[in-house]
Design a protein around this ligand. Sequence first.
Ligand code: HEM
Length: 149
Amino acid sequence: MSFFESPFTVAATASLIIQIFVLGLLFYGFVLKKNQKFRQHGLAMLGAVVLHAITIFAVMVPSFVGGFSGPGAFDFSNMLVVLALVHTVAGVVAFILGVVLAVNWRLRKDLKPCFAKKQLMRVTIGIWMMALVLGIVLYWFFYLATLVV
Ligand code: HEM
């Protein structure tokens, strides 16, 4: 089956492109913060949370349910299974923390509640970056590597 004949591969590729865009948004948001453009920083991060939510619910949840439903799915001697689980846990935690930060702000003019969450933002961006990089690595192993061989 060619690359574009599998609807799942196309969905996963669309998700990958969005994830790379999310990674770009995180860097952009960080640069905005460095330039003291805090409100724009908050908006960029909010956009990243929304895009992340779309990829989680449209692609990753169905992929997880499909991939981890058969017998022997949780084979921890398989490096890919371990990477997929770490990616999943990190992605879900980053998503929850992102929602917490966005709800804490609620687009208010007053940014004091955001300043108070600086440590949580550091933790969130670290976990989020890890999840995104692992997602890109997994895409390589699940889809591209099979095309190259
Ligand atoms: C949703 C995910 C978010 C992530 C991943 C994130 C990430 C970060 C990071 C990495 C920093 C730098 C912390 C440091 O200086 O060590 C920061 C600072 C900051 N962020 Fe966010 N942020 C998020 C959401 C928000 C939101 C919604 C707002 C509200 C406007 C906001 C406002 C701020 C402010 C005001 C600072 C400066 C804090 C300070 O220097 O004391 N952030 N953020």
